[in-house]
Design a protein around this ligand. Sequence first.
Ligand code: HEM
Length: 362
Amino acid sequence: MDQPVRYSPSVEQVEPDEAETIQGLEEQFQKILDTTSQDYGHAVRSVHAKGHAIARGTLRIAQGLPPELAQGLFGVPGEHEAILRFSTNAGDILDDAIRLPRGVAIKVLGVEGERLPGSEGDTTQDFVLVNAPAFAAPDAKKFLTNLKLLAATTDKAEGGKKLLSAVLRSFESALEAVGVQSAMLSTLGGAKPVHPLGATYFSQTPFRHGDHIAKFQLVPVSAIKDFADATINATGRPDAIRAAMNELLAEQGGIWEFRVQLCTDLETMPIEDASVAWDEEACPFRTVATLTVAPQRAWVQGESEKTEDALSFAPWHGLAAHQPLGGVNRARKRPYAFSSAYRARFNGCPIHEPRTLEELGA
Ligand code: HEM
């Protein structure tokens, strides 16, 4: 296999108008947050608003990893508490019959080491993943164009839950009008209604992996992997995913492998274009840790929402050794902080960066 590229700050190329783009993203998130918080009387995440499961688990860093993989958090074998939140990507709490990509956010606790700017003093490492290998837009500017459409179709009068039927009706023509590839449609309403426990999740964007650069992946490896091709019929059952996940996690929990794909070629595995999935044949994902979730109730109506409100998962919460890289990642720093601060303010519930699961009432 080719040698992994060594990280240096020169692997990133900052565009001159990035600050303007980020400002634009925040404005759109503000619109979405203003609309949904008025609709619900409660502030939810400006994207990935609907949570399906909150699960407590343990991340075990593998022993004897080769030096190129034993980096940052993965440099020291051992166990960490972790909390996972599974979600759907819209900024509204939608009926599960609407087919959208799913996400999982993982917060690893008890992590020591030099911190990223903005997360000093904490001891967490977050990973924020979606069930597709590449991001729908190459860069933050293009993503802003897509986000403007989403924000514009967040309809106050109709209420958040009806949002997407309107979005879907208007999307095809709207996307064409702004020249977005029609492949975007699958990301925005035509996704397969997969079972989130059988899905494989990806960071999509690159991160520093200590001396190297990597993308991350989370793959189910216990019996939940049998649900890889399963779908959930949500017709007439708006919260069908919570029910299906709760049932399976209560029965058998789940085990996932956390894998990294090292960058071995900056030309074919670009840092600045998040829409390019790195070739797995050229450089496969390799396992660095195992995430185990014991059987548990993963959604308790009235309680799980409080846990969601108290937490913020963000790519910039973590170690300097896992610095988010590339324009899409640089553009995520402020909006995640903006959205979680909005939620904290509106809900009167401060965001809590836990040191132990016990602190969360687990
Ligand atoms: C420029 C690009 C992006 C922007 C501006 C952005 C922005 C945001 C914001 C504002 C939130 C809500 C934060 C909160 O209220 O706590 C969020 C949540 C989320 N994002 Fe992104 N995002 C971007 C790209 C991505 C990518 C590439 C992925 C994954 C591959 C991703 C996955 C998620 C997930 C799973 C959540 C929910 C986290 C949770 O459960 O708390 N996002 N994003």
